[in-house]
Design a protein around this ligand. Sequence first.
Ligand SMILES: *Cc1c(COP(=O)(O)O)cnc(C)c1O
Length: 398
Amino acid sequence: MSSKQDKSATKVINAGRAKQWTGSAVNPPVVRASTIIFDSVAQMQQASTKRADAAPFYGRRGTSTHFAFQAAITELQGGAGTALYPSGAAAISGALLSFLRAGDHLLMVDSVYEPTRELCDTLLQGFGIDTSYYDPLIGENITSLIRPNTRVIFMESPGSITMEVQDVPALCRAAKAHNIMTMLDNTWATPLLCDPFSMGIDIVIHAATKYIAGHSDVMLGTATASAAYWRQLQQHSYLLGQCTSPDDIYLASRGLRTLSVRLKQHQHNAATVAAWLATRPEVDHIRHPAFDTCPGNACFQRDFNGSNGLFSVVLKHGSRTAINAMLDSLQHFKMGFSWGGYESLILAVNNIDRIRTATQWDKSKPLLRLHIGLEDPEDLIADLSHGFAQFHAHQASI
Ligand SMILES: *Cc1c(COP(=O)(O)O)cnc(C)c1O
């Protein structure tokens, strides 16, 4: 167990490692089970009354491997309890479906992760739940969009791809004044870089697939609720049949132990590469939350303890051909979706205007999203420098 006054680097080492979960081992072992065997009718009945409280009951409710990891996330993030899901996307749908009903209205940030938008526009729409999108920089003006049936305000900060940092305290104040619950996708920050509960958020969601697992080999989601919402989140997610493999939980729990030290290195490497990119003639501006060229940077300075390896860069111009030639030439930056592992990734995003409906996006300026891994930043800069040479060679040829 970690104690409240410990610094976060100490907390990630100790969180969830209570003797009751670890036994004499350092790490909570993998306990695989569907059926849990009871010694007597009395014991079975007793387990039944405690089944929602980290007591072994049936595999779908988790084993000690899950209970230890749930305790770890709750200790690090705050809140009253953590529900586990087989992916970050499932954590988002699990949280929304646990609280929204037909006839409800949902306010969703325009810079949200694309599959979250699709969930709202298809499945939730079909259930009679109406979504409207709001500008990530709207702040307290969110009040003008609130309807009598608004049930949830959903935030993601910084936003996916375009990285706008939201004024979370202002949005929470408006929500509370209208008795609306708030949820925040905190994947970018992890539990270490931002404390949404202290700003008034009711449910904090993570794609643990990213930095928490940290090695690009696990799919996992978490949703942590404040005391007022924990029982309903827990019960409804259970009724939706959500459960996770103890092997995946073991890997995520192992990844968690190095989260603090990994984030520091990602932060350093990304700041180095972003500062170099800012000097390049091809670059229009850097969308790294810690840079003042990123929308919402003042909120970032106020509300976050640090940054990580994920940011975007907007170029002044560039044909598809030139950008493809650049990306194809890179050696250290791999191409692939997701981020948060130890390795560097790059992605050209061409469809931003189609995934924004409340805000405008100038699609004449290409955007690259970079995840800066744990390689030496000098090697990454050399790689990008070579990539820009390819960019120019192909820019000229069209
Ligand atoms: C990746 C991601 C998700 C989804 O996580 P999966 O585990 O891939 O389902 C949700 N939100 C954000 C911000 C993400 O980056």
